[in-house]
Design a binder for this molecule. Structure first.
Ligand code: ADP
Ligand code: MG
Length: 609
């Protein structure tokens, strides 16, 4: 029940659809009831009563209409008797059949109208959820996605949202449709026979309890099935990303084996879940039939005792059988709501992350660097091990500081901390004496241009990849591409700036991709630059073009350059040598060479290559 309420709460924004569908449900329920109530007199006309009975009936005064089924039935009987005496039985039979047909038609029309509203409601709610997840996701810090598996996130936004869609659909039925049907039909049953109905009321809760007991045990299983599916997606994503590499190493077998093993876990988990779900339907059917049989037995004996007319009894049984479907559907919706509930739980981890992992936004705004950037005693660890330890350095406006050191020494981490992809533990980073935490995040990031080793491009046109969210200006676009040495190759492409570059830019060469990344940084025109091994993935030929582009980009800007090839940073104003998160040497190229220490060793190692 709790799950049901939680699912319904999600839809309260669309009250008008709920109210509309409740209205149509009432109408459809009424016409459904009406078509069945006509059955009793119809059966009487065909099987039971003699003409004398009807003549006798209409000689009495007409019953007045009031809010009781019995009275209502008496009234219908009276009208029918009139019709039989005046027009004959065959004509009456036909009339009753037509009226039943019409009310069934109306019942179904209203069911349809109600479903239209429900589907509007469901799709809008689910659309909101999907938008919410994506929006939250986009605002989460970088750290979230390096911890969370991407496949799991994808599974959440696809499968879990689907699960929620079904559960909302089912919950709306369970709360706003079936109870109406149940109340209307149960009410008329009570009106027809108090004794028999009291007898029934004992059976319903019993079967309801058994059915919900079966469905409860299902919850646990579906939870882990979703987790397995998330793993499956994660593996799929990884395999597709590394497709080329897997082929190059002829490592297909291993990946297939791993996929099969995850898939097998998933399958066996699903099978278990299905087994239980399959059990639910026969169980409830059997319980339903038991209930009907009991009513047949008890009601039949009432007829034998003359406490109930046989045509009433048949109508009663038919009305009663109409209760079974709504009851089943109600118990199913409770079960579905539970499944939807675990899906909501999984999705909520994303919303929760927003609360805990959120990077606090500051207020300060600044458009240009006036004096310097300073890193003051910064320390950082991703998990437990310290990756940076007490690092301090300063970059004055217009100067270039280079970070060098073996891989894993913490260079990229410094590049990640500056735009606040991660937040510092100790120490501070300041721009003109203002802590970066005090800046508005979007403002801070607009001041920084980042070019990293792997060029990150999107499946879109060249133009959109370069402009990337900034204001469009054709002259600026061409100018930026020229600075980045990209204009010439773009001009040679079939659609120039409108060319689509494919997934991750895979229709371009590595050098071309990197020059597009540089063009993007030039176009953004930030006062501060961070280059993280921007040329290390390139061959010497394209490296020259890219390096030339970088030099143009760095002119008149304040830069932090993480260099792979030390020859490219010889002219840096200061070179900082990192080792295991500590600064071990610093100074200009000349000084460091003279010092004959770690830097010199690194330079010598490279001149061998
Ligand atoms: P560099 O760029 O100098 O090669 P990094 O700054 O990338 O080095 O990495 C420094 C250390 O931090 C390495 O030991 C690396 O394993 C660790 N590290 C890097 N990124 C993460 C991350 N997202 N989560 C956990 N540890 C990380
Ligand atoms: Mg690095």
């Amino acid at each position: 029940m709790k799950s049901l309420i939680r699912i319904i709460k999600f839809n309260l924004g669309y009250k008008k659809y709920i109210l509309g569908s409740v209205f149509f449900n009432l109408l459809s329920s009424f016409f459904g009831l009406f078509s069945f109530i006509l059955l009793a007199p119809l059966l009487d006309v065909i099987f039971n009563k003699t003409d004398d009975y009807y003549i006798d009936l209409i000689s009495k005064p007409s019953p007045v209409l009031s809010f009781s089924t019995e009275n209502f039935i008496d009234l219908i009987n009276y009208k029918l008797a009139n019709l039989i005496v005046l027009e004959g039985k065959v004509y009456t039979l036909l009339t009753v059949c037509v009226v039943i047909g019409m009310s069934v038609l109306l019942k179904n029309l209203f069911i349809y109208l109600s479903s239209v509203l429900v589907s509007l409601l469901v799709n809008k709610s689910v659309g909101d959820i999907r938008n919410n997840i994506f929006t939250t996701l986009m605002h989460l810090p970088v750290a979230y996605l390096s911890d969370e598996k991407k496949g799991e996130v994808i599974s959440k936004i696809s499968n879990d949202v689907q699960e929620i869609e079904w559960s909302i659909q089912s919950a709306i039925k369970g709360v706003f449709k079936e109870p109406i049907n149940i109340l209307v039909f149960l009410g008329s049953l009570f009106a027809m026979s108090l004794e028999l109905s009291l007898f029934i009321v004992i059976f319903l809760p019993l079967s309801g309890f058994l059915i919900s007991a079966v469905s409860k045990s299902l919850k646990k299983n579906t939870k882990s099935a979703q987790e397995y599916f998330g793993n499956l997606l994660a593996h799929l994503e990884e395999s597709l990303n590394g497709f080329k590499l897997i082929k190059a190493f002829s490592n297909e077998k291993l990946f297939i084996k791993k996929f099969k093993s995850i898939n097998n876990n998933f399958i066996s988990n699903k099978v278990k879940a299905y087994r239980k779900a399959d059990l639910a339907s026969p169980t409830s059917e059997f319980l339903g039939v038991i209930a009907v049989i009991s009513v047949l037995w008890y009601g039949g004996s009432l007829v034998f005792e003359g406490k109930m007319q046989s045509s009433y009894f048949i109508t009663y049984i038919i009305l009663f059988s109409q209760l079974i479907d709504p009851l089943k559907s109600l118990s199913k919706s409770i079960y579905d709501a539970q499944k939807g509930n675990s899906a909501l739980d999984r999705i909520e981890t994303i919303f929760e992350a927003k609360k805990t992992d959120f990077i606090l936004d500051g207020k300060s705004i600044k458009n240009d660097l006036v004096d310097s950037i300073s890193f003051n005693n910064i320390s950082f660890s991703y998990k437990t091990d310290k990756v940076l330890n007490n690092i301090s350095f300063k970059v004055s406006k217009g100067k270039t500081v280079a970070l060098v050191g073996q891989s894993g020494s913490g260079k990229s981490t410094i590049a990640n901390l500056f735009p606040r992809f991660y937040d510092l533990e100790d120490g501070s980073i300041e721009i003109d004496g203002v802590n970066i935490k005090d800046f508005k995040l979007s403002n801070l990031r607009s001041m920084i241009g980042l070019v990293s080793q792997e060029s990150i491009l999107f499946n879109d046109t060249i133009e959109n990849n370069i402009v990337f969210g900034n204001e469009f200006n054709k002259d600026k676009l061409v100018e930026a591409s020229k600075v980045a040495n990209a204009h010439d190759f773009i001009e040679e492409l079939a659609n120039n700036y409108q060319t689509n570059i494919g997934d991750g830019g895979n229709k371009l060469s590595g050098g071309q991709r990197q020059r597009l990344s540089i063009a993007r940084a030039v176009y953004k025109n930030p006062p501060i630059l961070i280059l993280d091994e921007a040329t290390s993935a390139l061959d010497t030929e394209s490296e020259k073009l890219v390096q030339d582009a970088l030099n143009k980009l760095m002119a008149n800007r304040t830069s932090i350059v993480i260099a792979h090839r030390l020859s490219t940073i010889q002219h840096a104003d200061e070179i900082i040598v990192l080792q295991k998160g500590l600064i071990v040497e610093r100074g200009s190229h000349k000084i460091l060479i003279k010092k004959n220490g770690i830097y010199k060793k690194l330079v010598e190692m490279q001149s061998f290559e």
